[in-house]
Design a protein around this ligand. Sequence first.
Ligand code: C2E
Ligand code: MG
Ligand code: MG
Length: 729
Amino acid sequence: MDVAQLQPANPPVAQVVPETALLAFRDLPAETTQAFLALGRVRRLAPGEVLIAPGQVPEGLAVITSGAIAVERDGYRLRSFGSGVYLCEGCLVRDDPPEVTLRAVDDSQVYIVPRERARTFLVERPEFGVALLSRLMREVFSRLEATNRLSAENHALARALENNNVELQTTLERLADSNRRLETEVSIRRRVEDENRSLARLASDSPNPVMRISMAGVLLYANLPSLPILSHWRVAVHGRVHDQLLAEIETTLNEGQQREIEVMVGDQRYVFTLVPIPDGGHVNVYGRNVTDERHAAEHMAHLANHDTLTGLPNRKRFLDRLTDAMGSDPTRGAVFFLDLDFFKEVNDTLGHLVGDQLLQTVARRLIAIVRKTDLVARLGGDEFAILMAGGITAGPAEVHARRIIENLSRAFSIEGHNLHIGVSIGIAFFADGPPVVADVVRNADLAMYRAKADGRNTYRFFQPDFDAELRRRRELENDIRTALADNQFVLHFQPKIDLATDRVAGAEALIRWNHPRLGALGPGEFIGAAERSGLIVPLGDWVLEEALRQLGDWANAGVPPIHVAVNLSPIQIRDEKFPARVTSLLRDSGIDPTLIEFEITESVAMENVDHTLKVLGELADGGVGLSIDDFGTGYSSLSYLRRFPIDKIKIDRSFVLEMGDDGDARAIATSIVSLGHALNLAVVAEGVETEEQLQVLRDVKCNEGQGYLFSRPLPPDAFEAFVRDRAIG
Ligand code: C2E
Ligand code: MG
Ligand code: MG
């Protein structure tokens, strides 16, 4: 390298450097600055010439050499350097001990410039710079390489670290997780153990079977009451239960919910409550023997749905089944409504024992002749019904009806009696009207009523044009049942006046019905229906009871004793037990029997003379009075009637009505009165409406009069007021 070329001719550097150096030297001690100012020029060094002591190179300066320099100490070369740039703060001089000497090795130039000038310097001296640059580049590259290597190493290290970290993290997490699992497991185990202990405690005291079965079907635990079950299953503790139960165990665990199953163990029925213990992987089984309970319930259900006498389904069951049948097919099916003919007569004359057996036999016969799919039920009394579900039409229905009639017309042999009854059948199809259960039954009932009215022992199909009167009568009959239960009946009292004294001689009790739909009804509108349905018996009992109760009330209210007449229906008299009931009712009421008088119509008295005589005899023996009502209408002879234990006759209203103008009526009245008196009977005239009639009755010495002239039938309060108004005779 031509060093001379590097030397500026007119050393410009020297001009530049000092200014720059000055700036840079600012913080140096003055001598150092001075020294450097002196050095602040480019100078050719002679070989071996001492450049500077390293400790004297101030910071911020660059030493640029074009040739090699050596660092020596005590005459020994420590290091030597090629040409280049040496940063003062670098390793070259500054860190070397001050004793060392910086000596030019060859004929080199040395520039000492401020550090920031170094680059400019190199640019300004390119030939100098190339060598420097390459050297610098090498240095830079090697540094870069080193840095790269380092950073790669660092990177790898960092990655490794990071990996390690991640691994560590996952390991930590895994650890934490398993720790958590362990903790839950421990707590679960603890809980299960607790639970085990409490189960054992509970189960050992329990009279019911308690078992624990694992999800694999292994019987883990069983208490003593489980023994009968286990012995039937042939399974011991630690043995496996049968597959069916295992399936239930699995279902319970899968659903995770308590369930109940019903299990037959031999002839015993158990309800098992299965309680899943998912933590433990098993199911607790709490058993309860429900055999007796179920039998009782079945029995109760049977009782609720069946008639005890015949064992047939009862009305409720029939209606339920009919509802079902109509629900599934509202158009196809029929109801047969059966009412036995003359059953009441058998029951009344031969007694309930025979009546009951007759009903049982009828039930058996009906069951035997209907199809398997038909339902025979007893609706009550002598009423039966048959439900024929499915597509039955008029033709086959007729065949069924005929067969039933034919069968029940055959004699029944009961308790040595050969009994003949019959049956009236009404048939209604579901499709006869809107699909309403009650309507179908009512239609069949109405058709039955028609069959009865048409002569009994026959069948009728329901017709929509059944006349309103028939309907009304039938409905009225059915309503009486409800009316009795609901207290819709009341008694009114019509005064009877002693014609000699003009005082109240007594009263006739007359029934009234406050019908919820039809309003106030008189006896003429419902007594017939009550008689046809047989309900007159309980209704008649009610009238007597009510009359007695009213007498008791009046007695308590201080009203003087009143004779009360009660009307009797022929049906009541037919009932053999009637006198006994009267006796007990009178006894229970504590009322003097002579205050009660029964009125029977003439035709009734003539109907079944022997029987009537017997019943009336018993009643008279009990102390009650008897009178013949509506006398004169029955064309019976009074002397014949005298065989009855009667005290009184009541001249029918029709004679009294004509008394004013009709000479014959007046003659009949006169003769009745005198005949009555001749036979020692009191005579009462009913239907007295006018003064004229009253006058005639007084003339012929009739004892008592009853009619609108004196008073209409009155409610109890009004009657009491009437009595208080008039002195009682
Ligand atoms: P009955 O026993 O001949 O009763 C007399 C009927 O004549 C009563 O009619 C009464 O209101 C009516 N009457 C009374 N005075 C006169 C009058 O001056 N003019 C007219 N036109 N009528 C008069 P009611 O209450 O309608 O009773 C009718 C029938 O019903 C009774 O005739 C009786 O046979 C029967 N009956 C009433 N209550 C009962 C009862 O509790 N049981 C039974 N089995 N039958 C009863
Ligand atoms: Mg009467
Ligand atoms: Mg009368």
